[in-house]
Design a protein around this ligand. Structure first.
Ligand SMILES: [Zn+2]
Length: 598
């Protein structure tokens, strides 16, 4: 009779899963790095709480999926669950065999196992204390099952985030945040629907839709371990808890997972180490893909830095992509014609303003000035406009304030912002009526107080691409019950006050000028792309960590005749004088999109 058969225990326990992975790390290491007023800052104030002995398998939280239902959260993995005291119940032969399957030494296996004072996933070196499993290969899982161990079992767990995540910044992450939980969900806490240790949305769509993603109550896995049986496998693991067929809910985003995957791979291969890519459906401004770099792992958040921040919705100086907007306003206002000529000798003669091209562009038309990104011509045109006029167009066209989808949820009648962390775009730091000649000239070339997000830049290009009708980019289209029926839909929205801010004629003229950028201007490296492309480059001076750097941009659309995608790329904090990496990334992204099956 084997020793373990002497044990006659009935042990019920709950298993921790990926939802909880990393929450202790979050609590312990976030430190003072978080911006004030953010979810992260709330997390900073959290106290480290003792993890309960039993943890929830699935709090019933809704999942997030791409436009065709491919999951962006929630992946089932198999792991090895270790029971306390189980190491002592192994035969020497079992110990060696199991160690070999796990690719560790028998000594390491025993040492790790002895640390388990409660049911714990095998995950040596993980910083979450065994709250999530080290995924086993199918072969490993089968081999372990064949050992029929008494003190350990192979079990399935749902991790909230897969190892190879896509759209990680847009989707965001959950974390345990007792203080926010208390502030936001007092009623649910009193009802027992939520507990202080339930992870809640800390960033991205997880944050935006947090209150709508709570389920009908938690599910737990309960496992019975009986020494009389043939080990754990024969006894099974069963789920108890919510059996409501309508849950968990599923948030259907506008993201195309295939495009997202291709865009992220292309951006990484083209060397985007800090910055963002936004891909919008040119017809609707729906977000098809959105990537931010550096990447982060929800389970291993860096105590310093803000890698988790979505740079696609952070506002920075737009540099010369601003000229595409100034061109539209100036043409619509009739203060310039595309064939009007300007003389650039390299200096403006006022405000210390110079052209980036030493010696100047000479005698050029306004259209050529956009293609060549001439500062002198645009400073002059900027001075023909006034601050209030620019501000009015910017408001109508979505390059001031926020542009992401905002509305009201039918579920609770409360305001819902799909991108609550989106920073506001702006033209001027002070009142537009205070904009003097110097401010206008510098603003017109994107060098003063103007701030754009990559999302706003892509949305502006989408507006041009579809003929001048501005829309509010959506990230999510529908919230669904588990059975597929809609809880609520988030209908596409025009930007408030944006109808026909610029005429079809102006749109046509600006589009022609943006094609010129690629045909004979600063975007000439895009000329041999698979699709004919149009767009505008930008370089904005900035400082980062006390160094002078530049933010490099490229925003445009393609194919030019029948635009499918509007794309903005921001490459942040690049060395002065370096080649525009955003243009290279833009090309790589457009090539990746062109290669996708229709
Ligand atoms: Zn010039």
């Amino acid at each position: 009779m084997r020793l373990h058969r002497l044990f006659h225990v009935l042990l019920a326990f709950t298993l921790g899963i990926g939802l909880l992975a990393g929450r202790l790390l979050w609590l312990q290491t976030w430190g003072g790095a978080a911006p004030r007023g953010s979810a992260a800052a709330d997390a900073t104030a959290m106290s480290v709480r003792q993890r309960a002995q039993g943890v929830t398998l699935d709090p019933g939280r809704g999942h997030i999926a791409d436009r065709s239902g491919e999951p962006l959260t929630g992946v089932t993995v198999e792991g090895l669950l270790l029971l306390p005291g189980g190491a002592e119940r192994l035969t020497e032969s079992e110990r060696r065999q199991l160690a070999r399957i796990l690719n560790v030494s028998p000594m390491r296996l025993s040492d790790e196992w002895r640390k388990a004072d409660r049911p714990t996933w095998w995950n040596p070196g993980a910083r979450d204390g065994g709250a999530s499993p080290a995924p086993l290969t199918r072969e490993q899982a089968e081999a372990i099952r064949r050992l029929r161990l008494a003190g350990a079992t192979v079990a399935s767990a749902v991790k909230r985030y897969p190892e190879a995540r896509i759209a990680a910044h847009l989707v965001g992450f959950v974390a345990e945040q007792p203080e926010r939980m208390t502030a936001l969900y007092e009623k649910q806490l009193v009802d027992g629907q939520l507990s202080l240790s339930t992870p809640i949305g800390a960033a991205g769509l997880e944050l935006a839709f947090d209150r709508l993603l709570h389920g009908a109550g938690e599910s737990r896995i309960v496992s019975y371990i009986d020494g009389h049986g043939a080990g754990l496998d024969g006894l099974g693991v069963k789920t108890v808890g919510s059996s409501n067929p309508y849950y968990p809910l599923r948030l259907i985003t506008t993201v195309d997972a295939a495009a997202q995957r291709a865009v992220e791979a292309a951006a990484d291969a083209a060397g985007l180490d800090k910055g963002a890519v936004v891909v919008l459906d040119a017809a609707t401004s729906d977000i098809v893909a959105m990537a931010s770099r550096p990447a982060y792992e929800a389970e291993r958040l860096s105590p310093q830095g803000d890698d988790w921040a979505n740079r696609a919705i952070r506002a920075v100086a737009p540099g010369s992509i601003m000229k595409s907007f100034v061109a539209a306003v100036a043409l619509e206002e009739g203060v310039v014609r595309p064939d009007e000529t300007f003389d650039c000798d390299g200096t403006y003669g006022r405000y210390g303003l110079t052209c980036w091209k030493e010696g100047g562009h000479g005698h050029i038309t306004f259209a050529e000035a956009l293609a060549a990104s001439c500062n002198i011509a645009f400073a002059e045109v900027g001075e023909r406009l006034d601050g209030e006029t620019l501000q009015r167009y910017a408001g109508a066209l979505g390059v001031i304030g926020t542009v992401g989808w905002k509305g009201v949820s039918d579920v609770d009648g409360r305001p819902l912002s799909q991108l609550p962390e989106e920073q506001a775009n702006r033209l001027f730091a002070a009142s537009p009526s205070d904009a003097d000649g110097g401010i206008l000239a510098q603003t017109a070339i994107g060098q003063r107080d103007t701030r754009w997000t990559p999302l706003a830049a892509a949305n502006w290009m989408a507006t041009l691409a579809r003929g001048g009708a501005p829309a509010s980019p959506r990230a999510a289209a529908e919230l669904r019950y588990a059975d597929g029926h809609a809880v609520e839909r988030y209908a596409a929205k025009a930007l408030p006050g944006g109808a026909a801010a610029i005429s079809p004629r102006t749109t046509r003229l600006v589009r022609g000028m943006l094609e010129g950028v690629v045909q004979s201007g600063t975007g000439a490296s895009l000329r041999n792309a698979s699709w004919p492309l149009a767009g505008k480059s930008g370089t904005a001076e900035a400082t980062a960590g006390g160094r002078d750097v530049v933010h490099q941009w490229f925003a445009g659309y393609g194919p030019v005749d029948r635009p499918r995608y509007a794309v903005a790329v921001l490459a942040e904090s690049r060395p002065l004088g370096s080649a525009n990496r955003a243009t290279a990334v833009f090309k790589a992204v457009m090539e990746a999109l062109a290669a996708l099956p229709e």
